[in-house]
Design a protein around this ligand. Structure first.
Ligand SMILES: [Zn+2]
Length: 258
């Protein structure tokens, strides 16, 4: 079985599990028209995946293989044990996408792409794949550049991609975790309540909690934020000043140039 099908199978299993849990432990009641938006989100995700396959077929994996063959890259040159190379490769890729996410918010042209993700006014597992296809492509090129520069092994790339996708589905899920469990989990893992702060309509909250899987990068680089000082129990999500927000597939694809 190819790695694509393994990744797709894990995505489906994780998506189904979170969708079931969302029915039992919803943090916020979904709006009545949510089912329609879930299909739009999944269609955007499918377009991004399709574009990735057509234009940069398994780019990160291929470049990792090329790098290993050419014996290039910092990790390859360091001659570390394979297991250490794989672990360091996963950590490096996670750090790379933490900074990618910060730049998506900081650079106006990149924000025009990334706001497609933030225009969703309700969060659930489907929001995990709601990205503009061009952002998916830029992200693939950025990851490939990191893989080549560091000589990250193929196995590390595959494990990272599987892990980060599962983490994204989890932290976008509309889940209410017990407060103590959430506090304990977020010592290491980005939780739905923590990521919801990043989706807040308030600009100061939006400029926080950029991490995808672990909370360490936000703590290390000063972007970690809890919401204990707020009046509302959960932040309102979306983008300030976009009422009504563009929500059809065509509107969202065109949004970066609007
Ligand atoms: Zn963001």
């Amino acid at each position: 079985m190819s790695d694509t099908w393994i990744r797709f199978g894990i995505f489906l299993a994780m998506f189904a599990a979170m969708s079931l849990l969302e029915r039992a432990f919803a943090l916020v009641p979904p709006p009545p028209e949510r089912r329609k938006m879930q299909w739009v989100n999944l269609a955007l995700g499918a377009l991004g995946a399709l574009g990735g396959r057509l234009i940069v077929p398994l780019l990160a994996t291929v470049t990792a293989w090329v790098t290993a063959q050419a014996d290039l890259g910092l990790l390859t040159l360091a001659r570390l044990p394979s297991v250490v190379e794989v672990c360091l490769g996963i950590v490096a890729l996670d750090l790379a996408i933490y900074w990618q996410h910060r730049w998506m918010h900081a650079v106006p042209a990149l924000w025009r792409l990334h706001r497609t993700h933030h225009l969703d006014e309700h969060l659930d597992a489907s929001a995990a794949v709601r990205f503009h296809p061009i952002e998916i492509l830029l992200s693939a090129f950025w990851r490939a550049a990191v893989v080549v520069a560091l000589g990250i092994p193929v196995l590390a790339v595959l494990l990272f991609e599987i892990g980060v996708n599962a983490a994204a589905i989890f932290h976008h899920a509309n889940l209410r975790l017990p407060a103590s469990g959430d506090r304990l989990l977020r010592l290491v893992v980005v939780t739905p309540a923590m990521h919801r702060v990043h989706h807040s309509v308030l600009a100061a909250e939006q400029r926080s909690n950029f991490g995808f899987s672990v909370t360490w990068w936000d703590r290390l680089f000063g972007s970690y934020r809890e919401r204990s000082d707020q009046v509302l129990p959960v932040p309102r999500v979306g983008v300030e000043g976009t009422v009504p927000a563009p929500q059809t597939l065509r509107e969202l694809l065109a949004n970066p140039i609007c």
